[in-house]
Design a protein around this ligand. Structure first.
Ligand SMILES: C[N+](C)(C)CCCC[C@H](N)C(=O)O
Ligand SMILES: O=C(O)CCC(=O)C(=O)O
Ligand SMILES: [Fe+2]
Length: 371
């Protein structure tokens, strides 16, 4: 007899019957439920349970007369329950500070373009470090777009899809100027902020500056939690509104307000940092809490601005940078002259899904679950 969680009370029996994997309950090709869940008697009980001869299926007879089949590995997964690491496709994030500059995550353009292993390594680096360089990419928008599409389709926004931009205020956003931008995450005004962002510096002439800044938001959050747990809780609970720049042209706002630090409701793990002080709008909190929020935010920004947390890099043509916009903050020093970047956004779910479809991703998820 296969050992599965003791299904004593009715709820798991009902759940298990509802998840019968036989071909009349689940479409053989699409794996979608065909069964009418609400025809199952609420008090359904299991008459008996046994392993089939082949040993990989479990057979169940139910009080409603239905015979159910469950592949063993599916049942074992059910026994494991939900695993955030499995959902997030990660076994261990490696948090970093400025010393990451000595061992930068990097893959090669040719490997990413030609092999599943190359895409898998690119995305595994992203899951572990939150950013990755690609060496040997031809310095053209066309090749950069082809590279980005190895992950998934590019996310369309009010900035367009694949962008090729410079400091000409083509969009009413300070990214399209020469001023410095402090560490931030993009698109905090979307209900679902962009998951990944790629930058490829194509050229910078007649001027200097424009160095790129990265800060590991998960490391900054860990530091805040250690140094000031109350401030961490404040930034994890007080919610903010946010709106896109050039607001009269976009009036883009998320469906609700969100805290700076957002956690997996199942496991309590930090999943998303939403920090852009330029686009931040009202604080969705009682008047008495507002001062506390500012005190907590000041602590947060002190950590973000600590040089030991900052990794500065002068981007170069041929070496695109991609980063996890839910974890890694980015910024830029001011610059002069003509500076041209191209790049694009990828949705979070498409990024994680693509990773889990690579061999390395499948192995990483398995390892994260088995531990
Ligand atoms: C599209 N491109 C990346 C060039 C500019 C995007 C501007 C993003 C905006 N400042 C924000 O923080 O959401
Ligand atoms: O110009 C840069 O290096 C990046 C500007 C920026 O933050 C953005 O485009 O989102
Ligand atoms: Fe940005």
């Amino acid at each position: 007899m296969i050992s599965i969680p003791s299904l004593q009370c009715s709820r798991p029996n009902l759940w298990l019957r509802d998840h019968c994997q036989c071909s009349s309950c689940v479409h053989e090709v699409t794996k979608q439920r065909l069964l009418d869940t609400f025809e199952i008697p609420r008090d359904i009980t299991m008459q008996s349970l046994s392993e089939t001869q082949e040993g990989f299926n479990v057979k169940c007879w139910w009080s409603d007369g239905h015979d159910s089949y469950y592949p063993k590995n599916w049942l074992n997964k059910f026994a494991r329950g939900d695993s955030s690491r499995e959902r997030q496709g990660i076994n261990k994030a490696s948090l970093w500070t400025s010393s990451i500059a000595e061992s930068l995550p990097k893959v090669y353009f040719k490997d990413v373009m030609d092999t599943d292993q190359g895409v898998g390594q690119w995305l595994l680096n992203l899951r572990i470090y939150g950013f990755c360089f690609v060496e040997g990419c031809p310095p053209t928008p066309q090749d950069t777009e082809r590279l980005l599409k190895r992950i998934a389709f590019i996310r369309q926004t009010h900035y367009g899809g694949f962008w090729d931009f410079t400091s000409d205020l083509a969009s009413k956003d300070t990214a399209y100027t020469q001023i410095s931008l402090e560490a931030h995450t993009d698109t905090t005004y979307f209900s679902d902020p962009a998951g990944l962002q790629l930058f490829h510096l194509l050229s910078h002439t007649h001027g200097s500056g424009g160095a790129s800044l990265l800060v590991d938001g998960f490391k900054a959050a860990q530091t805040l939690k250690q140094e000031d747990p109350k401030a961490y809780d404040m930034l994890s609970t007080i919610r903010l509104y946010s709106h896109a720049s050039g607001n009269e042209d976009t009036s883009l706002q998320p469906y609700q307000s969100f805290p700076v630090l957002n956690h997996d409701v199942g496991t309590g793990e930090l999943i998303q940092v939403r920090w852009n002080n330029s686009d931040r709008a009202a604080i969705d909190a009682p008047f008495s809490e507002v001062q506390n929020w500012y005190n907590a935010a000041e602590k947060w920004v002190q950590i973000l601005r600590d040089p030991s947390m900052e990794y500065w890099e002068q981007l170069k043509p041929g070496m695109p940078l991609i980063f996890d916009n839910w974890r890694v903050l980015h910024g830029r020093s001011s610059f002069t002259g003509k500076r041209r970047l191209c790049g694009g956004y990828i949705n979070r779910d498409d990024y994680i899904s693509r990773f889990k479809m690579t061999n390395l991703g499948r192995a990483a998820v398995l390892e994260s679950v088995i531990g």
